[in-house]
Design a protein around this ligand. Structure first.
Ligand code: UD1
Length: 436
């Protein structure tokens, strides 16, 4: 079990650069299944899910050379010799996005065997809409021993209307439809920037997709896709997490290398809370020089307030004056962080899909347990404003804290550089390396 020790108490001041979007990188890696030629991806983030997806693709016979971060570092994926179109339970249970290989495998190889993911820390998370959609594209699907087996000589275009908006469902079926015979019309699609980024990659590979990023996507199937090179968009959730960390600590923080247009709902909400926000083409400056005010939040599909920012926002709400009602509409069990925040001194009452947060209450250091990725991030940023010595964080999987802590140590360096230039003492929080 990983453990992180965080010493809070200092405002975050300086500049931090955001990495590539995990949720765009994972489908982009799955898209490499659709061609025999190499796909080159830039700006892949250094997070554990990427390693898991690499293992998954390699287990199928792909060659994957990972290179993280800066433009010169690139990841090359080549799925020329796919031999085993299977996503085993051991991998799918650790990373639900593994199900993204289902559509591409059936489209390219005519068959796929993918484990059903089961429940997870934030709710049931079924994949029935992926399955229904594939059936609409002509795949035969059976379910046995916890696995879905899908097959089709060649998929054919169809008309899919999603009963519910699903991000990876939209991505999975969009990938499948690129190689289907004829035209596919998909309605009630997810409009997340990651869907549009995937379509941009697929179009570079020779696909013919129109409308990605809107709720109606039209795909003209083609015989074959070819290799391409693509730069993954910046991670809007990582950017938003840093923005909240800056606001929460009363800092003056520039979150660079992000796309502020992807952060619209969050930035509007922060302004309502009294945070000063300045944006330019690729950065957000957040200045929190006055008391935060409470504001209600309700999660929605993009462009609404993201469920992936709900936990971090709840931490902010604990430090805002007044009552904030946080409503979670996307996942049924996504308040695991609330009780941990209560243990640190927050006043939060969870009533079904609503959490009522009464602020401002001082937070004090405590040992807390992390559940999912974003909940972990919310506790890390809570630790930044907690008084006392320690907030040791023990968690079943380490993705979030590893990412965040790694990025925050960059921030620490930036702060030191800034202090030297200005002659001021810009001390940052201290993060000790993880103990095993
Ligand atoms: C993606 C993101 C995740 C984010 C979520 C919602 C990735 C890799 N992950 O997850 O970070 O929190 O979007 O923005 O991109 N549903 C069904 N049947 C299905 C599929 C989904 O009922 O077949 C339901 C889910 O249970 C949930 C809702 O639809 O209540 C939205 O889920 P979905 O958009 O599919 O989430 P993911 O794509 O798994």
């Amino acid at each position: 079990m990983d453990k992180f020790v965080i010493r809070g108490g200092n405002p975050l001041v300086g500049t931090i650069r955001v990495g590539g979007a995990k949720n765009a990188a994972l489908p982009a890696m799955a898209a490499s299944i659709l061609t025999e030629e190499p796909v080159i991806l830039e700006n892949i983030p250094d997070v554990r899910d990427i390693q898991t997806e690499r293992s998954l693709l390699v287990s199928m016979g792909a060659e994957v050379e990972l290179g993280y971060g800066r433009a010169s570092h690139r990841t090359t994926l080549c799925c020329r010799n796919l031999v085993n179109p299977e996503a085993a339970y051991e991998l799918v249970k650790t990373m639900r996005a593994s199900t993204l290989v289902l559509g591409p495998l059936v489209a390219r190889m005519g068959r796929a065997r993918v484990s059903l993911p089961g429940g997870c820390a934030i709710g049931a998370r079924p994949i029935d809409l992926h399955i229904k959609g594939l059936e609409k594209l002509g795949a035969q699907i059976t379910q046995e021993h916890g696995y879905i087996e899908a097959s089709a000589d060649r998929l054919r275009g169809g008309h899919i209307t999603f009963d519910k908006i699903t991000v990876t469902g939209t991505e999975d079926l969009m990938m499948a439809a690129t190689l289907a015979e004829g035209e596919t019309l998909m309605e009630n699609c997810a409009r997340e920037p990651e869907v549009a980024d995937l379509a941009a990659l697929l179009n570079k590979m020779g696909a013919r997709i129109e409308g990605a990023g809107t709720s109606t996507i039209r795909i003209h199937g083609v015989e074959k896709l070819h290799g391409a090179r693509h730069r993954i968009i910046p991670d809007r959730i990582e950017a938003g997490t840093f923005v909240i960390a800056g606001a929460l600590t009363g800092g003056d923080l520039i979150v660079a290398n992000c796309d502020p247009l992807h952060l619209g709902a969050l930035l509007e909400k922060l302004q309502e809370c009294g945070v000063k926000v300045r944006t330019n083409g690729e950065s957000v400056r957040v200045i929190a020089d006055s008391q935060l005010r409470a504001a209600d939040v309700s999660t929605e599909e993009y462009p609404g307030f993201p469920t992936d920012m709900q936990a971090q926002y709840m931490t902010l709400a604990t430090q805002a004056e007044g009552t904030s009602v946080v409503t979670e509409n996307i996942f049924e069990n996504r308040f695991m962080h609330a009780q941990e925040l209560v243990r640190m001194g927050a006043n939060i009452k969870v009533e079904g899909s609503r959490a009522v947060v009464r602020g401002k209450t001082p937070l004090s250091s405590a040992a807390v347990q992390c559940s999912d990725l974003r909940a972990s991030a919310s506790l890390v940023i809570a630790a930044l404003v907690a008084d006392g010595v320690l907030s040791p964080m023990a968690k079943p999987f380490s993705i979030a804290s590893t990412t965040l802590i790694a990025a925050m140590s960059v921030l620490k360096k930036n702060c030191v550089a800034l202090a030297r230039r200005s002659g001021a003492s810009a001390k940052c929080f201290r993060v000790e390396p993880p103990h095993r």
